[in-house]
Write a protein that binds this ligand. Structure first.
Ligand code: SAH
Length: 206
């Protein structure tokens, strides 16, 4: 899968390729889906949510240009797969999930897998995680129609954020936002399809 679908589609970061290649994705899905775990597409997890397509996980990780010393915030823990990928690359991962059952399951799974550098929180990621800010990078793995302002505040100067932006349920644009001199610069990466971000983001019309 990594050779054909990830390297084959243009991911070149060696660390990202290595980690994608060794991560046991089958541990993040239900027993009945294990046979599909190494196909390059999203799969259902509980509560009508999905574990992202491996290529998209690799792409979002690559564009953040992570360093081993980085502290990263993820919004949308889901299965914990993306968090585990990040945890192999950076020093600390903070991840927030709004659905309690998913947050608890992912926390247990990541603990069992031995990740000591990941903290999972049950809550609305719109507000970020003030206690541990600032972050070197922020990754949002649910679709939003605007960038939550608290996340911009919690991003370090020079920091990078990746987010699927757009209002339609069919597709969004994956955006790389870089904070330069306090201003946010946006760059379009590609078209993606994510499950919607819920909670405060739906009320805060921007
Ligand atoms: N990164 C995940 C896949 C994410 S699916 C993985 O690797 O498996 C998107 C997740 O975002 C869902 O689990 C959904 O419940 C969660 N989510 C939606 N709105 C959220 C919010 N406001 N804060 C935190 N999580 C949210």
């Amino acid at each position: 899968m990594v050779k054909k679908d990830i390297q084959g589609r243009g991911i070149t970061d060696k660390k990202v390729l290595d980690v994608m290649g060794k991560m046991p994705r089958h541990l993040f899905v239900d027993e009945r889906l294990k046979n599909s775990a190494y196909e390059d597409y999203p799969l259902p997890i509980d509560e009508d949510q999905t574990i992202s397509q491996p290529y998209v996980v690799a792409l979002m990780t690559e564009v953040l240009r992570l360093k081993p010393s980085d502290r990263v915030l993820e919004i949308g823990t889901g299965s914990g797969y993306q968090a585990a990928i990040l945890a192999e690359i950076v020093k600390e991962v903070y991840t927030i999930e709004i659905r309690k059952k998913l947050a608890e399951k992912a926390e247990k799974r990541l603990k069992e897998m031995g990740y000591k550098n990941v903290k999972v929180k049950y809550g609305d990621g719109y507000f970020g995680w003030e206690e541990y800010a600032l972050f070197d990078a922020i990754i949002i793995t649910a679709a939003a129609n605007h960038i939550p302002p608290p996340l911009i505040k919690q991003l370090k100067e020079g920091g990078r954020m990746v987010i699927p932006l757009g209002s339609t349920v069919y597709s969004q644009t994956l955006i790389l936002a870089t904070k330069i001199k306090g201003e946010i610069n946006l760059e379009e990466i590609t078209s993606v399809r994510f499950v919607p971000m819920i909670g405060e983001v739906e009320k805060a019309v921007k």
